[in-house]
Design a protein. Structure first.
Lengths: 590, 323
């Protein structure tokens, strides 16, 4: 080899080496007890149902999502310990001073499972052709349309070179980066024929990757690749041998050779499979904790772990401000009534008896572990005190006028209503019963109406209820739950009169109480305020308003509980459905 | 006979149409809609609901939906598509049909092979000890729901350290090519559903067989046969049992739709990859074409089962003639 060829070669080798070195290695998580694992072995996990399809954006499904998480990557991830944003497929990013231009530098040398290089074109394709395609059933077109001066304007995506993506927003959106971590990047070379760019109709995108597709068609950049699907029985994933993530010691992740997802619908069947040793890990509830813990102590070979949760859905009790009965509606929309009833909700009993202590006093509604946004409103909440509840109801003039033990709204109307709850879960049934008994103690008669849990929110939105128990998920940034908590929002179901007359129009401000109007403004400001400090202060005010005026009575924030066999190393609780939060590549088999 | 057969088959058509209408109406009357369970997802907006409904044809009137579905079936045997899986219904049902037939077939065979001889034995020893024990066990089998038996068997297996607590195979054999080891693994799993689902059937068939045989044993022709001096065993099996078994043939025909809807809860508890759980989830999810096709299929099986039973009855019982 001559000097002439050697020098450029050396330079090239050094450049490649420097490039590899410059790409941030994945940090390990000693704080979570993670250690360097040993490669090899497989783990078997449970899937609660058959996947509807393998294309994430074709159907909103926690099952598809659980698989997608292992096979695909997002641009940005959560730090598993702090929930801060860390590089994913994007190795770094910058936001322009005015907050509207986001430039992402992509990781180099990443390939799809079939060996095709991953480029910025794939990212642009994913957003342009899939996520913002309004016909994609699990896309998110609406979130990429911003209203500027009353006009709808879309975000735009560009790929100036193979490793750079530029996203231009019509208006600053402080939660946008956090939002970006929910999108799995899809392979253009495989999905082009289903897209408008590839000549298909917009709705055709939903036809991609049905469950009878050849596994080799479903290619991602993720830690695992699809190997086989046996309908209704098992999904098998195998290790991606060229995955881009490494541990601190330089060992390529994932450690495991494969993941087996047994399809086991039904909690009882899952518990049986876990106890029989056919599943290596199972997410359980606080209610199941005593049984599992006693088995653990008896030497069953597994450990029950519980962690305070950021994600997950704390249940609340809502009264219908717009109940069909006008007398009830008037009572329910009076915040003093809701405050009185809050005294009669025994949160500690729910936490102790229903969740076996594996829950905490909830935020209103931000999760207490959410350091960035949580405001401790415990001091403002009215804790269980039946005498205070009775006194407050008396003060409102809601007294028993006909001596039948039930308070009266008027001479002809008892303070009696129906509480709708999910009767297919022990948790809901127990909470509903506790509420019913305590309310009866203060002369408020509750009739229980059980429906399927999956219908609870639909029932709430239809307005066809008087009081209801619902659980809505927490997210790291309140902006991501704006439709729920902003008066007039599409999921602000307890006060439907605030909703706009037609979609896209202004909410009905006339129907809002002063505190609701203030909350509305908090969310409007929060959407565009790029100063993290004043933004957080804003959202803290909203939580205090919620605690004071009690739009809904937050009951408890359950912990995440899981049982995991001791041969699973580096286990970190994983709800299974949080985009950007995936500890599984770190798991190993002891 | 041919005329009879044709008439019976022709009658099935309006019956099936009526069944399909009733099923459709009942499904429409269910509260909620297919989109409901997505409502809380941050990605789901009112616009998404509208687009989803348009894609699925749910924005049309129920009558229109029904007619389009029927048109598909009649003109091109298209039973619609699953909302959930975005695939034709027939493919989804087809994936599960084989195992459904295997599980149901083995279970039925087991139930009949045990129940009929047992029914004969207890009838011949009427009011004896065997009769008392078999009747007692039979009544318990009838009274305890199959899913409870399934749960108890699973608990028993767990208590003895077994791993065959659901499904039809251990994880390592799922999708693996057939081998002796896989067959053994299948049998190791299959006995639980067969026992759980079969016990109810055994009691029913056994009681029926016992009652039939007791009736016949007192008939004149049996007495005559005995009087002729025939061997008692010959009297029982050639003369009494052959007649007593006829009503069971009709009963067998009625068991054909059990393939789909007889064992839903036990199949869910035992996590079997059969059609029952599919019907259950499709009803819960309002995946209407899957649910309707399965209900239609079940009623078709019921009618075919009835017809086959009637034909079989004519064949085994010389006293019955159609025409």
């Amino acid at each position: 080899m001559t000097r002439r060829t050697l020098v450029p070669l050396l330079v090239a080798v050094l450049a490649v080496g420097a490039l590899a070195w410059a790409q941030p290695k994945v940090v390990s998580y000693p704080g979570l007890g993670m250690v360097a694992g040993t490669p090899g072995g497989t783990l078997t996990l449970a899937l609660g149902d058959s996947p509807p399809r393998f294309f994430y954006y074709g159907e909103i499904s926690s099952i598809s999502q659980a698989l997608t998480m292992q096979m695909f990557d997002t641009l940005i991830d959560f730090d598993l310990e702090t929930y801060e944003l860390v590089p994913g497929l994007a190795r770094e990013w910058s936001v322009s001073d005015d907050g509207t231009v986001i430039t992402l530098k992509l990781r180099e040398g990443v390939t799809w499972h079939d060996g095709t290089p991953f480029t910025a074109d794939d990212v642009v394709f994913t957003f342009d052709q899939i996520v913002t395609n309004p016909e994609a059933r699990a896309g998110d077109a609406a979130s990429f349309i911003f209203t500027v001066a009353g006009e709808p304007r879309p975000a735009t995506f560009a790929a100036p070179d193979a490793n750079t993506v530029v996203i231009t927003l019509p208006t600053p959106a402080p939660a946008f980066l956090l939002f970006l971590r929910s999108f799995y990047i899809m392979p253009k070379h495989k999905l082009l024929p289903f897209s408008v760019e590839g000549g298909a109709q917009p709705a055709d995108i939903n036809n991609a990757w049905p469950t009878d597709v050849a596994p080799s068609e479903v290619v991602g950049t993720g830690a695992f690749m699809l190997r086989e699907y046996v309908p209704g029985q098992v999904v098998r994933l195998v290790k991606n041998p060229t995955y881009w993530r490494f541990d601190e010691a330089g060992t390529r992740l994932p450690y495991l050779d494969g993941l087996t997802y047994l399809i086991v619908p039904g909690t009882d069947a899952q518990v049986a499979q876990f106890l029989a040793g056919n599943l290596d890990q199972l997410n359980i509830t606080g209610g199941q904790f005593p049984d599992f813990k006693s088995r653990e102590l008896a030497g069953a070979g597994f450990t029950v772990v519980a962690a305070r949760a950021l994600f997950g859905s704390p249940p609340h009790l809502a009264f219908n401000f717009n109940a069909a009965d006008p007398e009830l509606a008037a009572v329910f929309s009076n915040h003093e009534f809701r405050q009185a009833m809050e005294y009669a909700v025994d949160r500690m009993r729910v936490i102790d008896d229903v969740y076996n202590g594996l829950a905490e006093i909830p935020g209103t509604p931000t999760a207490p572990v959410n350091g960035a946004f949580y405001e401790d409103t415990t001091g403002l909440m009215r804790m269980y005190d039946l005498e205070a509840a009775a006194a407050a109801l008396d003060a409102l003039g809601l007294v028993d006028t006909n001596g039948n033990g039930v308070r009266n709204v008027s001479a002809t109307r008892e303070l009696e209503f129906t509480l709708t709850y999910g009767n297919d879960s022990a948790v809901w049934t127990d909470i509903a019963t506790i509420v019913q008994n305590d309310f009866a103690e203060v002369g408020v008669k509750v009739n229980l109406q059980g429906i399927q849990s999956s219908q609870l929110l639909g029932t709430g939105l239809s307005g066809d209820y008087e009081a209801i128990l619902v659980a809505l998920g927490n997210q790291p940034d309140p902006e991501l739950r704006k439709p729920i908590w902003q008066p007039g929002g599409s999921l602000y179901y307890w006060h439907r009169a605030t909703q706009p007359a037609a979609q896209g129009e202004r909410p009905n401000f006339d129907a809002m109480a002063d505190w609701e109007r203030r909350i509305y403004d908090v969310f409007e400001t929060g959407s565009v305020n790029t100063d993290p400090v004043s933004r957080a202060a804003n959202y803290r005010e909203w939580q205090r308003l919620n605690a004071t005026y009690v739009p809904v009575i937050m009951i408890a924030k359950p912990s995440n509980v899981a049982a995991v066999y001791d041969h699973v190393g580096n286990f970190v609780y994983n709800l299974g459905v949080i985009p950007g939060y995936n500890p599984v590549p770190h798991y190993f088999r002891r | 006979m041919l005329v009879y057969l044709t008439r019976r088959i022709l009658i099935m058509i309006p019956t099936l149409l009526l069944v399909s209408v009733i099923c459709f109406v009942v499904i429409q009357l269910q509260p909620g809609s297919f989109a409901d369970r997505y409502l809380e997802d941050p990605r789901f907006t009112a616009e998404t609901v509208a687009r989803l409904n348009a894609q699925l044809g749910l924005d049309r009137t129920p009558v229109e939906q029904y007619l389009r579905w029927m048109q598909g079936i009649l003109t091109r045997l298209d039973f619609g598509f699953s909302f959930f899986a975005n695939r034709p219904v027939t493919g989804i049902i087809g994936e599960r049909l084989a195992w459904t037939v295997v599980v149901a077939g083995v279970t039925l065979a087991f139930a009949w092979l045990v129940a009929v001889p047992l029914g004969i034995v207890v009838a011949l020893r009427k009011n004896g000890f065997t009769d008392a024990v078999a009747s007692f066990v039979g009544y318990i089998g009838l009274a305890v729901p199959d899913f409870l038996v399934a749960l108890l068997l699973v608990a028993l297996v767990l208590a003895y350290g077994g791993t065959n607590v659901g499904g039809l195979f251990s994880a390592q054999y799922l999708g693996a090519p057939w081998s002796w080891a896989k067959l053994v693994d299948l049998l190791n799993h299959l006995w639980i559903p067969v026992l759980a689902i079969g016990t109810g059937g055994i009691a029913q068939i056994m009681r029926q067989m016992r009652a039939n045989l007791l009736d016949v044993l007192h008939a004149d022709y049996v007495r005559t046969a005995k009087a002729k001096g025939l061997h008692p065993r010959r009297v029982t099996y050639r003369h009494a049992v052959r007649t007593a078994i006829n009503p069971l043939v009709s009963m067998a025909g009625l068991q054909l739709p059990e393939l789909i809807n007889g064992t839903i809860i036990a199949s869910i508890v035992l996590n079997l990859p059969t059609i029952g759980p599919l019907l259950y989830t499709s009803l819960l999810n309002k995946d209407q074409y899957v649910a309707m096709t399965l209900l239609l299929f079940a009623s078709l099986l019921l009618m075919i089962g009835n017809l086959l039973a009637d034909l079989a009855l004519a064949w085994v019982d010389p006293r019955i003639r159609y025409g």
